[in-house]
Design a protein around this ligand. Structure first.
Ligand code: 6A9
Length: 817
C-alpha cells in the first residue's frame, strides 16, 4: 500500500514537473536574469520627473506622452475647415506619412528634455509647433508644458488660392483608467480665446490632477493684423470640442482618432448643410465621463494658439482661480520670452558639444543649420514605447514579456520604431548631446535581452508601433542577429573611464552604468560568439538567409543590416561573413576595454583580449578573407557569378537560374570589403591597407562625388533588383553611417605617424568629408529633408524621408568628431 502510494506520489510529482516545464515560458521569451539597467539610481528621482513628459510619439507630426506603460497622451491634427477636400481627399494631418507630401517638416531645435521647435510646410501654409516644459512652484508631478501652434501663409503663395483659416484639433487621452472623472465644459461659440479658456481637467494615475487650457496668442512674427485681417484678436479663433466617453474595457481610440474626427465632422456637415458657408466643425458637448477630449481651434491666418497643460499638486487646484496666473506664465508674451531663452540656451549648448577641432573655422551658416536640424530631429524623435515583441519559438509565435523602450527612431514617416543597429549610431550623437539620456536609452535596449543573450532587431512594442508595421516584418527570430553597433558608444564610455576624461560625478555615473551593464554585455557578446560562429575558427556567419528560395536574385541578409548587399549566391553553413567578423573584433575590443576600465580580475578580461588579438591578426584575417588575386577583402561561400531571374512564361513568377556554385571568395567589392579598414584592424604599414585605400578611391569601384557607394559599380549585382518588386537598396546607394565609419578610419590612419599611407589617408579623409557635406547641404536646402540614402550618380536623396536616424551623423562629420 505504502509502496503504491509512494509510486503514485512520484508519478504525481513527475506530472507536476512536466506541467511546470510546459507552462514555463521558453527561453526565447524570458528576460535575462540580471539587474535591470533602467532601475539604476541615476534614472530615478529628479531625472525621471524631468523626463516624464516629452514628444515621445515620433510617428505623429506632433504628440506628447508620459514615459509610463500606460500613458497620458496628447496629439495634434490639422485641416482646412472650409473645404470638402478635407474629407474627400482625407486631408487631415495626424500621423507623419510621406503620402501627405509636406514640403518639409522636422524638429529644427530640440533639447530632448525641455524645449523643441518644429517647422512644417503643408501646401500654402507654414506651421510651427514649439514645445516648452516648465516647473513652477505650484507644478505637480511631471511639471507643466505648453505648445505654441502657429500658422501663416507660405512665402510666395498666391493670395487668390490661399486658404484663409486652419483648424487645429488637439486631443488629450488617458490610456489608463482615469483616476477622477474628466470635466469638459460646454462653450459658447465662437469662443473668445483671447483671455484663455479652461478646456478640460481630470486626474491621472501618472501625474495626478491636471488641467488643460488654450489661449489665442498674437505671434510676434505676424506683426499687427493688416489688410483684410482686421478682425480683433478675440474674434480670430473659434473653439469647438468633443468629449468621447470612456468605454468599458480596453480603449484604443487614440489609434483611430483621425477616423473618428473625420466621421464626426462629416456628420455635422450633413446635419447643417444650410448654414450658408460650408464648414467642418466638431459638435460642442459637455461630459464628465470621458477619457478622450478633442479641442478644435480654428484660426484665421496668420494665427496662433497656445495650449497649456498644468499638473496640480492637489485636485482642488485644477481649473481653480490660481490657474489663471499659471496659464499666463506659459502663454502669450511670457511664452514668447521663454522660447527666446530656450533658443539661446540651445544654441549655446550646441556650440559647446558640437564644436570643431581647436583652431578650426566655424561652420558655414547652411551647414550649421543642417547640423542643428539633424541632431534636433534625431533627439526630437526619441520615442517611448511599451509592449512586447512577437517572437518565433518552437511552440509558435508568442509574445515576449512587456517592457518599455526609450529610443530614437530612424524614420518618423515610414518606420517610427526602434532598430537595434541603427541605435548604436544614434547614440554616438545622443551621447554628445546628453550622456545621461544616452545611457538611459542604451539601458532600455540592454534590458530587452532574453535569457539566451539575444536582443530582437526591430522593436515593435505596443499598439501604436504595431499599427505602422506590415505583417511580414512583425515576427522576430531569436536566431537572427543585427550588428552589435551599441559597442560603439559603449566603447566610448570605456575610453572616457580609462582616460579619466570628464567631471568626477560624470565618471562615477559611467562607471556605475558599465559595471551594471557588464553581465548583460557578456551575455550579448557570448550569444553572438556562439550562435553566429562560422565553421572555421574565428570565422562568423549571419544566420537567417533563405537557402531554399528561387525567387530572389541573391537571398537577403537582413540580419547584417545591409539587407540586399550581395553575399554568396547559395546560402549555407560554409559562408564566412567578413563584416560580422569585424563587428566581433570591435565587440571584443570594447569588452576588453570595459573589463580593464572596471578593474576586473585579469582572468575575466583575458578571453576578450585574446579574441580581439585573434580577430585583428592580419595572417588569420587574410587566410579567411583576402583574395590575393583581386587584392581585396571578401566574403567566402558557395558562389557562382552566373545568376539571373527569368520568367518561363509571360505570367510566370521570375525564378532564379544559376550555374553550379563552388566554394570561393564572393567577388562583390563594397562596404563589406571595407570592414577591416572601418574597424581599424589593418596595421598602418600593411599592403592590404594600401590596396583597400586604392580601391576605395577608385571611381570605378566606390568613390563618387557624393560619398562612398555601397557596392562597386563593377559588381555584377550593382543596382540590380532582387525581385521584380524589390528595388536595389544596398547595391550602389550612398549611406551615411558607413561613410561616417570610413571617415573615422581614414582619420585614424591619417594620424599614424610615419606609416606609408598616412598622407593618402589624410587626403581621402578631407575629400570624402567635403563631398558628403556638400551634397547633403545641397539636398537639404533644396528638398527640405535628410534622406535614408543618396544616389551615387546624381546625389539625390532617396528612400524614406525625413530620415532622422544615422544620416544625422552629418553633424559629427561636420565637426570632425
Ligand atoms: C518597412 C514599411 C508602411 C533598413 O533603418 C532601419 C532599417 C535598417 O536597420 C537596415 O539596415 N532599414 C536597413 O537596411 C529600414 C527597415 C524598414 C523595414 C520596415 C516598413 C512601412 O510601410
Amino acid at each position: 500500500n505504502l509502496l503504491l502510494l509512494g509510486g503514485g506520489g512520484l508519478l504525481l510529482a513527475v506530472a507536476v514537473l512536466i506541467a511546470l516545464e510546459l507552462s514555463r515560458a521558453p527561453d526565447e521569451l524570458r528576460p535575462l536574469s540580471a539587474p535591470r539597467l533602467t532601475s539604476l539610481a541615476e534614472f530615478g528621482g529628479d531625472y525621471k520627473e524631468r523626463m516624464l513628459w516629452g514628444s515621445y510619439r515620433p510617428g505623429l507630426y506632433f504628440g506628447m506622452r508620459t514615459r509610463t506603460p500606460k500613458g497620458l497622451l496628447a496629439g495634434l491634427l490639422w485641416f482646412d475647415p472650409d473645404t470638402l477636400d478635407t474629407l474627400m481627399n482625407r486631408e487631415m494631418r495626424h500621423a507623419a506619412t510621406q503620402e501627405d507630401e509636406l514640403a518639409r517638416y522636422g524638429w529644427v531645435r530640440h533639447d530632448g528634455e525641455q524645449y523643441g521647435r518644429q517647422t512644417l510646410v503643408d501646401k500654402d501654409c507654414n506651421i510651427s509647433l514649439t514645445m516648452v516644459k516648465h516647473w513652477g512652484p505650484e507644478s505637480g508631478r511631471g511639471g507643466d508644458w505648453a505648445v505654441r501652434v502657429h500658422a501663416r501663409h507660405a512665402d510666395g503663395s498666391k493670395p487668390s488660392q490661399r486658404r484663409r483659416r486652419l483648424s487645429f484639433a488637439m486631443y488629450i487621452s488617458d490610456e489608463d483608467k482615469p483616476k477622477s472623472p474628466w470635466s469638459v465644459l460646454p462653450f459658447g461659440e465662437p469662443s473668445d480665446l483671447k483671455d484663455g479658456v479652461h478646456l478640460v481637467s481630470g486626474g491621472s494615475s501618472v501625474v495626478g490632477p491636471w488641467s488643460f487650457h488654450a489661449v489665442e496668442s498674437a505671434h510676434p512674427e505676424d506683426g499687427p493684423p493688416s489688410g483684410k485681417q482686421t478682425r480683433p484678436v478675440s474674434k480670430r479663433a473659434r473653439l469647438d470640442h468633443l468629449a468621447v466617453p470612456a468605454t468599458e474595457g480596453e480603449y484604443d481610440l487614440r489609434l483611430s482618432v483621425r477616423e473618428l474626427i473625420m466621421s464626426i465632422v462629416y456628420e455635422q456637415y450633413q446635419r447643417h448643410p444650410d448654414e450658408g458657408k460650408f464648414r467642418l466643425y466638431l459638435p460642442n458637448s459637455a461630459s464628465t465621463g470621458c477619457n478622450l477630449g478633442i479641442f478644435q481651434v480654428t484660426v484665421w491666418l496668420p494665427g496662433s494658439v497656445d495650449f497649456v497643460f498644468l499638473s496640480h499638486k492637489n485636485p482642488e487646484g485644477a481649473g481653480g482661480p490660481e490657474d489663471e496666473a499659471r496659464v499666463a506664465a506659459l502663454s502669450g508674451d511670457a511664452l514668447t520670452q521663454l522660447i527666446a531663452n530656450h533658443e539661446q540656451r540651445y544654441d549655446q549648448h550646441f556650440e559647446e558639444v558640437f564644436s570643431g577641432p581647436a583652431g578650426s573655422e566655424p561652420l558655414p551658416e547652411g551647414q550649421l543649420e543642417m547640423a542643428k536640424a539633424a541632431v534636433s530631429n534625431l533627439i526630437g524623435s526619441m520615442g517611448y514605447f511599451y509592449g512586447s515583441s512577437q517572437v518565433k519559438t518552437e511552440r509558435g509565435v508568442k509574445p515576449a514579456w512587456d517592457a518599455p523602450l526609450f529610443t530614437a527612431v530612424p524614420s518618423r514617416s515610414f518606420f517610427p520604431r526602434g532598430f537595434l543597429w541603427d541605435e548604436g549610431f544614434h547614440q554616438l550623437l545622443v551621447q554628445r548631446w546628453s550622456p545621461k539620456m544616452s545611457r538611459d536609452s542604451i539601458a532600455h535596449w540592454l534590458d530587452l535581452m532574453n535569457v539566451q543573450g539575444w536582443i530582437p532587431r526591430e522593436q515593435i512594442l505596443g499598439a501604436e508601433a504595431l499599427e505602422r508595421v506590415p505583417e511580414e516584418f512583425v515576427v522576430q527570430d531569436p536566431t537572427h542577429a543585427n550588428p552589435p553597433s551599441l559597442f560603439l558608444p559603449i566603447a566610448n564610455m570605456a575610453h572616457q573611464l580609462q582616460q579619466e576624461q570628464g567631471e568626477a560625478e560624470e565618471l562615477a555615473a559611467i562607471k556605475a552604468f558599465v559595471s551594471a551593464a557588464w553581465p548583460r554585455l557578456e551575455a550579448w557578446y557570448t550569444w553572438f560568439n556562439t550562435s553566429q560562429a562560422g565553421k572555421e575558427p574565428t570565422s562568423y556567419r549571419w544566420h537567417g538567409r533563405n537557402a531554399t528560395t528561387q525567387l530572389e536574385l541573391n537571398p537577403k541578409t537582413l540580419a547584417s543590416g545591409l539587407d540586399d548587399y550581395p553575399r554568396a549566391s547559395h546560402p549555407g553553413t560554409d559562408e564566412r561573413h567578413l563584416d560580422l567578423r569585424c563587428w566581433m573584433a570591435l565587440a571584443s575590443e570594447a569588452m576588453a576595454k570595459i573589463g580593464t576600465a572596471l578593474g576586473l580580475p585579469a582572468h575575466r578580461v583575458a578571453p576578450y583580449i585574446a579574441t580581439h588579438q585573434a580577430l585583428s591578426d592580419l595572417g588569420i584575417l587574410n587566410a579567411l578573407h583576402w583574395d590575393s588575386e583581386l587584392q581585396m577583402y571578401l566574403d567566402w561561400g558557395l558562389h557562382t557569378e552566373e545568376v539571373k531571374l527569368q520568367r518561363r512564361t509571360y505570367s510566370a513568377p521570375a525564378m532564379r537560374v544559376a550555374t553550379p556554385p563552388s566554394l570561393r571568395h564572393v567577388p562583390h567589392f563594397g562596404y563589406v570589403s571595407l570592414f577591416p579598414l572601418l574597424m581599424r584592424l589593418l596595421p598602418p604599414d600593411s599592403r592590404e591597407l594600401g590596396a583597400t585605400l586604392d580601391h576605395l578611391a577608385n571611381t570605378d569601384l566606390l568613390w563618387t562625388r557624393f560619398g562612398l557607394r555601397s557596392l562597386a559599380a563593377t559588381s555584377s549585382m550593382y543596382k540590380k533588383h532582387n525581385t521584380p518588386s524589390d528595388k536595389p537598396y544596398w547595391r550602389g546607394q550612398v549611406w551615411v553611417n558607413v561613410n561616417y565609419l570610413a571617415l573615422r578610419a581614414l582619420k585614424h590612419y591619417a594620424g599614424q605617424q610615419g606609416g606609408p599611407y598616412q598622407e593618402q589617408a589624410a587626403a581621402l579623409y578631407a575629400q570624402l568629408r567635403a563631398h558628403i557635406l556638400e551634397n547633403l547641404e545641397v539636398q537639404y536646402s533644396g528638398h527640405g529633408y535628410l534622406y535614408e540614402q543618396y544616389d551615387d550618380v546624381n546625389g539625390r536623396g532617396s528612400g524614406s524621408h525625413p530620415f532622422n536616424g544615422w544620416t544625422a551623423l552629418i553633424a559629427l562629420i561636420a565637426v570632425e568628431a
